[in-house]
Ligand binder design. Structure first.
Ligand SMILES: [Zn+2]
Length: 90
């Protein structure tokens, strides 16, 4: 199976970042459509790193290193949030 492990890293952190952002910024929409838009924007801003794996257990730690650490993933998600907030498509 081929996986983009950057996607896995974003997926893992998305809800945490979304929740804490929404707490600090009332009115932030975290409906499924906005959530996916944020994820797509974040992924477009990050590099893509494919890995071949035959199990579900994925190497988030490795993915974080590839992408430059959690801070870069969080920054990409926050950037996506701001774009979606300004121009929601739900
Ligand atoms: Zn929404």
């Amino acid at each position: 199976m081929i996986k983009n492990y950057i996607e896995l890293a974003v997926e893992e952190m998305l809800d945490d970042v979304l929740e804490s952002y929404a707490k600090k910024n009332p009115g932030t929409c975290i409906c499924p459509r906005c959530r996916l838009d944020v994820m797509a924007l974040a992924l477009n801003a990050l590099p893509t790193r494919y890995v071949v794996t035959d199990e579900g257990g994925i190497y988030t730690k490795v993915a974080m290193e590839q992408v430059g650490g959690r801070a870069q993933v969080i920054a990409a998600i926050l950037n996506g949030l701001q774009i979606v907030k300004t121009n929601p498509r739900h």
